[in-house]
Design a binder for this molecule. Sequence first.
Ligand SMILES: [Zn+2]
Ligand SMILES: [Zn+2]
Length: 648
Amino acid sequence: MADITLTLPDGNQRSYPAGITGMEVAKDISTSLGKKAISCSVNGEHRDLSRQIDADASFAIHTMQDDAQALELIRHDCAHIMARAVQEIWPDVKVTIGPVIENGWYYDFDRKEPFSSEDLAVIEKKMREIINKRDAVRTETWDRARAIKHYQDNDEPYKVELVGMIPEGQDLRMYWHGDWQDLCRGPHLVHTGQLPGDSFKLMSVAGAYWRGDSNNQMLQRIYGVAFKNKEDLKAHLYMLEQAALRDHRKLGREMDLFHIQEEAPGMVFWHPTGWMLYRVLQDYMRRRQIADGYLEINTPQIVDRKLWEASGHWEKYRENMFITEIDEEHANEKRVNALKPMNCPCHVQVYNQGLKSYRDLPLRLAEFGSCHRYESSGSMHGLMRVRGFTQDDAHIFCTEDQIASETKKFIELLSSVYSDLGFDTFDIKFSTRPDVRAGSDAVWDKAEAALESAIQKLGLPYEIDEGEGAFYGPKLDFKLTDAIGREWQLGTLQADFVLPERLEAEYVGEDGSKHCPVMLHRATLGSFERFLGVLIENYAGRFPLWLAPRQVVVASIVTDANDYVTETVDKLKAAGIRAEADLRNEKINYKVREHSLGKVPVILAVGMREVAEGTVSVRRLGDKRTSVQDLTDVIVALQDEATPPDLR
Ligand SMILES: [Zn+2]
Ligand SMILES: [Zn+2]
């Protein structure tokens, strides 16, 4: 047989007879590699070690040291082993599909009785038995007819349906974990014993319709998580526990911030305390933007479809838009409008009023723009995923030459805002030109270089996402990491060469002729709703004083102190502090407990001694100790702390 040449990652080349398997190559390189190997990559394709290699290729062996491949295999093999465990325990259960998802996998089963949490423990135990058996994983290629026959014989109707959907003539890969078989693209581990038995956990069961269609059979989906070792699993479970404790929906109730109800799905009813928080953040952003040279505008919520047709949203984005029809008096036809899903086209309308010259650029138009987008009811999640939201949106109209300096200016603003809000670092993702795009290569060259040089000038690290830019221009995405290690993509900057042209924006250049400006879409927070969700969870509701919607509660210990409490509140308010009195005839411990649950940062308790001495007893949230301090000193200190960072 002809020889083939495999090029290893270090550049070394080895030749082998064609048809050699990855495992044979691994063993040939070294016996220990043969034992540690879990899979391989052939010309970048992740594959089973048992598959034959027929032609020259770049080749790499993977071990558990390779995070991406190891985690994919661990989670994928877990899915198969869980399905095998389920069918070994309950042979009547029908199997369907089981993909890898973030941090783990799920598998959908058809079983009459619901899986209980006790069942999950039984399945986990069976999975560990299977892992301990170290059963080999085998694979074969079958044709469709053979696979259909196999699944009919084994009474697996869902598998029959799945195979039926695969185009005729396409070979199918069948996998066996021991004697248990599943249809799969692979790849998989070498044997079940390669799975770390102490690093996975079955998490929950949920209903899921077969193929996501509510006309179909309701199945039971078991979710699991899996990692490379038990420390990683433990860290993940701890993170989930922390996330549950600081869930913004739970804190939203405890702190009386907002609610969402059936009649307006995905839209927020802000309560006084929550709206104060919202306003504090919005006022802060407004000051920052004005200081940075933005002009604030406001544009309509409901706009005729003609504008959305001109902008391209009607064609590309319509299924996410809320459409309204109005039968205006004496009108021959109904007017069709849409609630704006984005502010961009409206901002171009403002730009287009009056002739612009190059001297007007860059023009930075900002709007706290309320937008509505349809999201399916299953995808909505508290403040994090809503249908109605307000962006801290702005569009910078500029020349191509100004892209770099405007990008740098924006990143500086964003970095300072994030730091003020408690996030000291962020990651940048730079997305470059996709295959399908508008605009000439020369313009793309210029815009990409401008964005990249702006990040480089600031000395910030960034990742390049090749080909992931929007069709209308390259973009930067900014990702925050919160207090418990979760990442959130919030801020963005996108260069756009298309929309200004579509909506006929222009300016008179230095040369006296008309040009089309570049439009930079940018948002720092993204939307107030989602950012507040992140902020609440990041701080677990314990905001720094300047952000806290309720800053100080002054509580009387005895009713005779009530007048002094009222005077104290007045003095605090006069100093610009959000203060309130608690004069209820309740025990001070009760009041402290209640305001602590509401996450009020400072409680000032007042009894007769404080009245006599002109002091207050200061208690900070989370601190069991109190200290008696002079009222005037307390006010000065709190006033300082309550001042937003940009005003200090
Ligand atoms: Zn599989
Ligand atoms: Zn925009």
